[in-house]
Design a protein around this ligand. Structure first.
Ligand SMILES: [Zn+2]
Length: 305
């Protein structure tokens, strides 16, 4: 068996361009300036920038990096592909420090790059969970610490709240960073089909939302009940624990404003995991589909974790 990392597009920038072009432009090059697909020529020559095309309709040059997460980055495209492969394949995530060491980048650059890859992993599906009348598990968890909120004597008001949904039949997940109950209700109503069988814990909030669905069953964690027939929230709790392990071990000090990107990363990996027949390579390719229109413009000066 040959190493997956021996593929040419990881080592040669021309190959990397060809690899990305084949996925972003399956029907041939598209001018990002005017949308044209005709009269486009590849610019050749030793001093020409790699992957450069010229559109003879609007007379402007472009590359496949334009309008994607790769735009205005000096990192070679083959190194980007290595980063995507590593991020896609590491089950618990990979820290910017590790990525910097492995790829020979500065931590700042690695941090910036990994946040862009996370952005490409953000899928924001609009289809409903539980459309087939199947079970959808819904639960919240609390992680990290909000900035400027004092430690209470008990409870979790100082922590950030994450809502998770899992469609048990498709195995897909969605995670959201939420503020409170009102938002949770809205998200559940927006993301679940009314045909769904809702599975939650006994929280009063779910009792109210539950009436909107074909069925609602709750396990009574307070009475130490975790499974009753097929009624359980163990799947979503398992996904939360993978997320928390990653956040604790790899992504310490996650700032609240970045939490949604880490959530997107875990959601992506969970929804495209090995068990569902997606291998590392297919997962990395899938990220490439999400690179278009996802430029991030914030400054890396605030680099953390
Ligand atoms: Zn054009």
């Amino acid at each position: 068996m040959t190493s997956k990392l021996s593929s040419k597009h990881f080592h040669d920038e021309d190959e990397a361009f060809a690899y990305v072009e084949a996925r972003v432009w399956p029907e041939g090059p598209v001018c990002p300036h005017c949308g044209g697909v005709e009269r486009i020529s590849k610019m050749q020559g030793k001093s020409t920038r790699k992957g450069l095309y010229k559109c003879y309709q609007c007379r402007k040059p472009f590359t496949v990096r334009m309008g994607t997460i790769f735009e205005s980055s000096k990192v070679a495209l083959n190194v980007w592909l290595q980063a995507m492969y590593l991020i896609a394949g590491s089950k618990k995530g990979i820290s910017s420090h590790q990525l910097a060491r492995t790829l020979g980048l500065t931590v700042k650059t690695a941090w910036f790059l990994s946040h862009r890859v996370r952005e490409a992993m953000r899928e924001g599906g609009l289809d409903h969970f539980g459309q087939d009348g199947g079970a959808v598990e819904v639960d919240e968890t609390y992680i990290g610490r909000k900035a400027g909120v004092p430690l209470p004597k008990g409870g979790w008001k100082h922590k950030m709240t994450v809502l998770g949904l899992i469609d048990r039949n498709t195995g897909r997940s969605r995670f959201f960073h939420v503020d409170g109950g009102k938002e949770i209700q809205g998200i559940v109503l927006e993301n679940l089909s009314r045909e769904a069988r809702l599975m939650t814990d006994e929280h009063i909030m779910y009792k109210r939302i539950g009436r909107e669905f074909a069925d609602h069953q709750a396990v009574h964690h307070y009475n130490k009940e975790y499974v009753r027939g097929d009624v359980t929230t163990n799947t979503i709790e398992g996904a939360f624990s993978i997320f928390k392990r990653g956040m604790r071990g790899v992504y310490q000090h996650c700032a609240e404003k970045h939490l949604h990107r880490y959530l997107a990363e875990f959601e992506f990996r969970y929804s495209h995991r090995e068990k569902l027949g997606v291998d590392d390579e297919a997962r990395a390719d899938r990220i490439l589909k999400g690179i278009v229109g996802k430029r991030l413009t914030y400054q890396p000066a605030v680099a953390r974790a």
